[in-house]
Write a protein that binds this ligand. Structure first.
Ligand code: GDP
Length: 458
């Protein structure tokens, strides 16, 4: 168990009514107590909040008026002593407070180190730790629900249960091999392995199919709006934004430091790709050609192709259809208030299986149909987060896919009548891979890397 005491600012950097400096570790209480003018924090009851002042020990200068939460181990987030100093929000004062705490014996926490301690001290498992991270980043209520469920340990329980099935089967087969009292041991073992691997395979497949939806909920549907000039792309964007009170989010992280725009459609976040560049995509095909446009558009999960009902289909429109062929798109026939010149039959033919909807964006009409179409396309209607535990984490998805592969190898080995112990190797590998999801069999380096993705102070 790590014992040194770490500290960090746990609230977002910036102006706020309140900011929190948090400490965890053996010295957390004594360190703050040395700076605290109020009741002795070493004597107050656990899980109490205490009013007082923070005083710089040498100059005796009052730094801040604060409320201090004292939470003693083990009933804390990290299972260690935790102290939270609530001070007036404001970058300067909270920084000053942190500096003071650091100067008096605490070490600055690495990103995610609080959660890492919770994990290392056995308070939560790895998938729960990752859920904490998801929670911080959740864009919509639904995404948040999923993260909460994961935090609750739903995924862990399911994975543990599957692992249990596998290890039980392995044990069972071992026993059969050790005590071959029956002639048909070999056949029985084959049968047992076959049934169990099939069951676990199906369950993992189910988790994976939910993962796809989870990923969308978490990261948003990357959506591009394309169409010729003046068909109504900006109007569509505005309508979506108005309808859903778009949130403009600055996503912290290493890979994306651009501002992206999110709108929320029935709980599904649409991530509007390159909204600033919408005007440029007007002649995307003309500029870079069908093939290269396709490549660019492939980055999106969904393309909204806007047409003008008041005009005949042009060559450019047809090229756009060409560019989105095979991708997920919805055709929006806008300006239905104008006399129809567009050949709707031809449009439907070009769209094939993809949905075609009509709108009059100038009157804000048709957005509901678009929402329905989007919900239909990605979630076959309404999204049901009810009792499902989504897997929304890339690492989990990869591990589940590898598990499927291992189980597939096992099944093939069974089919090919391979010796039982060879089959067992594959089954055991599946068991190990599932273990990595909950952190049973992960290496330290992975753990370090995972926790480093957290926000500071979490
Ligand atoms: P963009 O160039 O594709 O972004 O198109 P805009 O959204 O800027 O719209 C071009 C023009 O079409 C604007 O004058 C809009 O007011 C108008 N417009 C948008 N939607 C409709 C509609 O449903 N009916 C009619 N008659 N005009 C519309």
């Amino acid at each position: 168990m790590e014992t040194d005491t770490i500290a960090a600012i746990s609230t977002p950097i910036g102006e706020g009514a309140i900011a929190i400096v948090r400490l965890t570790g053996e010295e957390a209480i004594p360190i703050v107590n040395r700076l605290f003018d109020g009741k002795s924090l070493e004597e107050v009851a656990s899980h109490t909040i205490n009013y007082g002042k923070i005083v710089e020990p040498k100059e005796k200068e009052v730094i801040e008026e604060v409320m201090v939460n004292v939470m003693r181990a083990p009933k804390t987030f990290t299972k260690e002593d935790v102290v939270e100093i609530n001070c007036h929000g404001g970058l300067a004062s909270v920084n000053r407070l942190l500096e003071l705490v650091l100067a008096n014996g605490a070490r600055l926490a690495e990103p995610g180190e609080f959660t890492k301690r919770a994990f290392l001290n056995g308070r939560i498992d790895l998938s729960q730790a990752e859920a904490v991270m998801d929670l911080i980043r959740a864009k919509t209520d639904k995404a948040m629900n999923i993260a909460l469920k994961q935090l609750d340990g739903k995924l862990s329980k399911q994975v543990s249960q599957l692992r249990h099935q596998l290890i039980e089967t392995v044990a069972h087969v071992e026993v059969n091999i050790d005590y071959p009292e029956y002639d048909d041991v070999e056949e029985m073992s084959h049968q047992l392995l076959k049934e169990k691997t099939k069951y676990v395979y199906q369950e993992v497949e189910r988790l994976l199919s939910m993962a796809k939806q989870g990923k969308i909920l978490r990261e948003g549907i990357a959506t591009a709006i394309i169409g010729r000039p003046n068909v109504g792309k900006s109007s569509l964007l505005n309508a979506l934004v108005q309808e859903t009170k778009a949130i403009v989010t600055d996503i912290p992280g290493t890979t994306r430091d651009v501002i992206e725009e999110y709108v929320n459609i029935r709980g599904i976040p649409l991530r509007l790709v390159d909204t600033a560049g919408i005007r440029e995509t007007e002649d995307i095909v003309e500029k870079i050609g069908v093939e290269r446009s396709r490549e660019a558009l492939k980055q999106s999960d969904l393309i909204l192709l806007v047409l003008n009902n008041g005009e005949e289909l042009t060559e450019e429109d047809r090229q756009l259809f060409e560019a989105v062929k095979g991708l997920e798109y919805i055709v929006i026939v806008n300006k239905t208030d104008l006399p129809q010149k567009l050949n709707l039959e031809e449009v439907k033919q070009l769209a094939g299986d993809q949905k075609v909807i009509t709108t009059t964006l100038i009157e804000d009409e048709g957005i509901d149909k678009l929402e329905e179409a989007i919900a239909d396309t990605f979630f076959m209607g309404d999204i049901e987060t009810g009792d499902m535990s989504y897997v929304s984490n890339v690492r989990h998805i990869q591990l589940l896919q590898q598990t499927l592969q291992a189980l597939d190898d096992a099944r093939n080995a069974i089919e090919a009548d391979m010796p039982i112990d060879l089959v067992q190797i594959d089954v055991t590998r599946a068991w190990e891979l599932l273990g990595e999801i909950i952190g049973d069999t992960v290496q330290d380096s992975l753990i370090d890397q995972l926790f480093s993705q957290f926000c500071l102070g979490k």
